[in-house]
Design a protein around this ligand. Structure first.
Ligand SMILES: [Zn+2]
Length: 239
């Protein structure tokens, strides 16, 4: 990969100077660029794309999509005057959008840690995936008979009220296997993995952006815990 992913080590970095490595034209006024580093989170892992601006030589191009394709991070921009390879550009994130997405994503993990503390995950309910966009939910393989909505909401909010720290560190897959509360299938074996740790609770492998403390997530509302075939879907909202 040509790009250093600043968002992996610093979820609070809002801007960066970067060098343009590749520019490709997509259509009129639409281009995609690869930069040598970026604070922009590419859509994935249930977290929406970052958006924002690239500024260079008096131009300001809107970044409307950031996506990993063929192993590279592409910034899709709208402009009449695209940058050229070698230009130094200044990128600025739409922080309001990112921070909301970041809180929703960390909120999903708070619920997942609460599921673990309640004893359901990963034994009876195996974490499958999450979506932290417009209709946030997390999905588990497996079902249970009890109605756990209220208990899950209370446990999640206990973790928020206790103002616990989130921290991240890079580990090998073997180290993740030893210390994570579960290891999701399909993790890459050939590179170091980022592990998300919740103070006093546990750790999971995760590559998304995260708030530094559960208090930033704010009040969590579990809107439903539903059976869907052989899966359990936990839907939630913040605030
Ligand atoms: Zn995550």
């Amino acid at each position: 990969m040509l790009t250093e992913s600043i968002y992996l080590t610093d979820s609070y970095a809002k801007e960066m100077d970067a060098k343009v490595m590749v520019v490709e034209k997509e259509s009129d006024q639409k281009y995609k660029v690869i930069l040598d580093k970026t604070v922009f989170y590419p859509i994935g892992g249930g977290q929406p794309t970052d958006q924002g601006y690239l500024a260079y030589g008096g131009n300001k191009a809107e970044i409307y999509l950031v996506i990993i394709k063929d192993g590279e991070i592409w910034h899709h921009i709208k402009t009449d005057n695209p940058p050229v390879v070698g230009d130094v550009v200044h990128g600025t994130i739409d922080w309001e959008r990112r921070y909301k997405n970041m809180r929703l994503h960390s909120g999903g993990h708070v619920i997942d840690f609460a599921m673990y503390l309640l004893g359901y995950s990963p034994k009876t309910l195996q974490p499958l995936k999450g979506d932290h966009g417009k209709k946030p939910y997390i999905a588990y393989q497996g079902t249970i008979e009890q109605d756990i909505r209220q208990r899950l909401e209370d446990k999640s909010n206990e973790l928020v009220t206790n103002e616990l720290k989130f921290s991240c560190e890079f580990k090998t897959l073997d180290e993740v296997r030893k210390s994570a509360i579960y290891v999701q299938p399909g993790l890459p074996t050939n590179k170091s993995l980022r592990m998300l740790k919740l103070e006093g609770v546990g750790a999971v492998a995760d590559g998304g952006t995260q708030v530094a403390n559960t208090k930033e997530v704010g009040r969590i509302q579990i809107t439903s815990v539903e059976k869907k075939g052989d899966q359990t879907i936990v839907s939630y909202l913040l605030g």
